[in-house]
Design a protein around this ligand. Structure first.
Ligand SMILES: [Zn+2]
Length: 221
């Protein structure tokens, strides 16, 4: 479950990219907002929406909406931190707005001063959608609990704010029927070294207690 093919630019867009990349000294992340880049951005978005089957690389939620306003072009290494990777095909994908906003310009490189784009999984602190298999690093339970299987999984949950799914109580009616699965997850998460992940579990437990309490009040009536 990773991106199989990176974007290939049209001839015209490649010229824009080549020109930007030829002059390292003048590279600036604000160029992304320049009118010249509009078509390049459109090509990137269109390619990855299709390649990713309208699924966000970080939360794995599928948003079956083609409209480009729903999708953000995501720079895996933020363009603010490494403007020279702004058009590198393997540094690009699409993400949902919530993940993209949360991840913002957080650092994800183990060595921040890389000049050539890194290609090894270990060069990145989070799941790299072109390099890593998501399932090796995060398990998603009941669509709301993101439990890490590795350091990368843990970092990704924190960097992209995946705890937010726990705030939504929507899926919890069905969750009550899945207690055994839940207990196993809870057991694994209790042993997590990440405080944020343990907090997420506490939140879920409180939520479940609240639902059970309100159910029992209904029965008493
Ligand atoms: Zn997302």
């Amino acid at each position: 479950m990773k991106i199989q093919s990176a974007v290939v630019y049209s001839e015209e867009s490649q010229l824009v990219v080549d020109q930007y990349e030829s002059d390292r000294a003048s590279q600036n992340h604000n160029y992304w907002s320049d009118d010249e880049v509009e078509e390049v951005k459109r090509e990137i978005k269109s390619h990855y929406k299709s390649e990713q089957n309208l699924t966000c690389v970080y939360c794995k939620v599928k948003y079956p909406v083609q409209h480009s306003a729903v999708w953000d072009v995501e720079h895996i290494v933020a363009r603010e931190n490494s403007p020279h990777f702004m058009f590198t095909p393997k540094n690009l994908c699409v993400a949902c707005k919530d993940c993209n906003n949360e991840k913002s310009n957080k650092h994800v490189l183990t060595n921040r001063r890389r000049v050539r784009y890194p290609t090894r999984s270990s060069d990145f602190t989070i799941i790299h959608p072109h390099i890593d298999n998501y399932d090796d690093h995060i398990a998603i339970h009941l669509g709301t609990i993101y439990s890490p299987k590795s350091d990368k999984g843990r970092e990704t949950i924190e960097a992209c704010g995946l705890l937010r799914f726990s705030y939504s109580a929507g899926g919890w009616n069905s969750a009550i029927t899945q207690i055994p699965d839940l207990m196993e997850t809870a057991n694994n998460m209790l042993n997590e070294e990440s405080e944020a992940v343990r907090d997420q579990l506490m939140m879920q437990i409180l939520l479940l207690a609240q639902i059970q309490l309100s159910n029992s009040l209904l029965i008493d009536d």
